[in-house]
Design a protein around this ligand. Structure first.
Ligand code: 6PG
Length: 490
């Protein structure tokens, strides 16, 4: 019984996590209802000559019997009912109160809260949200941990060992297995039950918005700019050297340049243009509405996926609703348009992340979670899907002023301000050519809304009072005093 970590579920994530632990010398046990998946992990560890042994358990009882106590059991199973059914089976198989179960799925934070109640005193339960896909799981993910803090102390070293690493000062990602002394691991405890999954949900909300942003840029360049995938990828490669540098841009370029092995044609035109989704973008949007905190760009990205899935309707309306007369940018103007688009994407990115951080700040206040935005921004600097060097700037901004909106930070303000003239220009051109730009335009509306000293909500308040006697505050009276105008008298 020398197994240091047991992993249940050997799908893509579980398999790669097991290899990651093994590559750091940890002795691992793996289990999957499909035995061949567990065996594949054992074979991969052997063929890669990884230092930590990988043991295949034939059932949960054996998994428990070969594990060191207190046991550390990672669940890498689909979020939802599977988590509870495995926890119940583990209890039936002899799980002990001092054992630690770590859920890594994209669970809803309320489900995690319910699990806290359910498993309290039966075993230690930790939610460790994971980001980074299969490559991250294998070579260093970002891990957002919440729940039982004593149990976290017992797994912290392991978690920080297998996580992505950055240089502690610059925030630059370090290669896997880096032994640099001044390094910071992208694995940390963020708060009590539910908070880690909430943080991961917001990560995904930002992920949706950033992905949609790149999709809109692609659409603008191919429709308004009349460029092919490879020409677009070349422009994006240039931008990858600048402020837009990010993992999602790397993904975008890879998809634009991919060839289909079968037909030897570019792959992208063969992919059906209807986006799937598993729910975290929707949860982000619901949270924003419930908290009353604006996250229009994150919500627009979810709606854009919904519209994409209405393929038949889109095809029908395409023929029925006329396109603008002059769809394309003139060749001589193309370079200028591209520069405007680059600024648009920088501004949009700032708006997307700012909205995500605002949601976390508001939820922390409402739930009384001690979420620290600096810790979270640090966790996202490497390993996760939304990693970008910009996160170091967010670390700096929140370190200087932990409670302030990102746009209150002077450096970020300057960056944002520099994008605005060309962001406006780009939207005017794009919208005139009939391209749907939900995220690019919501971001600008968000910025313009926030920098508007005199909002038109005085009119709304007047209307509310006119038809519903909802009353309003006045600038010339003390705050909190409410007035009703006699609209309907006489
Ligand atoms: C990650 C990803 C990962 C996954 C999400 C979103 O951080 O590694 O966010 O968790 O991509 O499940 O998936 P959908 O686009 O299917 O909702």
């Amino acid at each position: 019984s020398d197994v240091q970590v047991a992993i249940i579920g050997q799908g893509v994530m579980g398999h790669n996590l097991a290899l990651n632990f093994s590559s750091h010398g940890y002795s691992v046990a793996v289990f999957d209802l499909d035995d061949s998946l567990a065996k594949a992990t054992e074979t991969a560890a052997l063929s890669q000559q990884l230092p930590g042994t990988v043991n295949v358990a034939s059932d949960l009882a054996q998994l428990l019997s070969i594990s060191q106590q207190p046991r550390r059991i990672v669940l890498s199973v689909p979020a939802g009912k599977a988590v509870d059914s495995i926890c119940d089976s583990l209890l039936d198989s002899g799980l002990q109160p001092q054992d630690i179960v770590i859920d890594t799925g994209n669970c809803h934070w309320n489900d995690t809260l319910a699990r806290q109640q359910r498993y309290h005193s039966k075993f230690h339960f930790i939610a460790s949200a994971i980001s980074g896909g299969e490559v991250g799981a294998r070579h260093g993910p970002s891990l957002m941990v919440s729940g039982d803090s004593n149990a976290w102390d017992q797994i912290a070293t392991m978690w920080q060992t297998i996580a992505a690493q950055v240089d502690a000062d610059s925030g630059q990602p370090l290669p896997p297995h880096s032994k640099r002394s001044n390094r910071h691991a992208c694995a940390d405890y963020v708060g009590p039950y539910g908070s880690g999954h909430f943080v991961k949900t917001i990560h995904n909300g930002i992920e949706y918005a950033q992905m949609q942003m790149w999709a809109e840029a692609y659409q603008l360049l191919r429709q308004h700019g009349q460029m092919d995938n490879f020409a677009i990828a070349a422009v994006f490669r240039d931008w990858q050297q600048g402020q837009l540098h990010s993992y999602l841009l790397e993904c975008t370029i890879a998809v634009l340049e991919a060839m289909d092995g079968h037909s030897q044609q570019p792959l992208l035109p063969l992919i059906v243009d209807a986006a799937g989704q598993k729910g975290t973008g929707t949860w982000t949007t619901i949270a924003s509405l419930e908290l009353g905190v604006a996250a229009p760009s994150l919500a627009s990205a979810v709606y854009a996926r919904a519209i994409s899935s209405q393929r038949a309707l889109r095809q029908a309306l395409h023929g029925n609703l006329a396109s603008p007369a002059q769809p394309a940018v003139e060749l001589a103007q193309l370079e200028r348009f591209q520069s405007a688009l680059e600024q648009t994407l920088i501004g949009t990115t700032l708006a997307n992340y700012a909205q995500g951080f605002e949601l976390m700040a508001a939820q922390a206040q409402q739930q009384q979670w001690p979420l620290d935005l600096v810790t979270i921004a640090k966790l996202w600097r490497a390993g996760c899907i939304i990693r970008t060097p910009l996160l170091q700037q967010f670390v700096n901004a929140f370190s200087a002023n932990p409670k302030a909106h990102l746009f209150s930070d002077h450096t970020i303000q300057q960056q944002l301000e520099a994008t605005l003239p060309l962001w406006r220009r780009c939207l005017i051109d794009g919208i005139a050519s009939g391209v749907a730009l939900p995220v690019l335009s919501s971001g600008l509306a968000y910025v313009d809304g926030l920098r508007c000293a005199d909002s038109p909500a005085n009119l709304l308040q007047g209307m509310r009072d006119y038809f519903g006697a909802h009353r309003f505050e006045r600038h010339d009276a003390s705050q909190g005093t409410l007035f009703h105008h006699p609209w309907h008298d006489s």
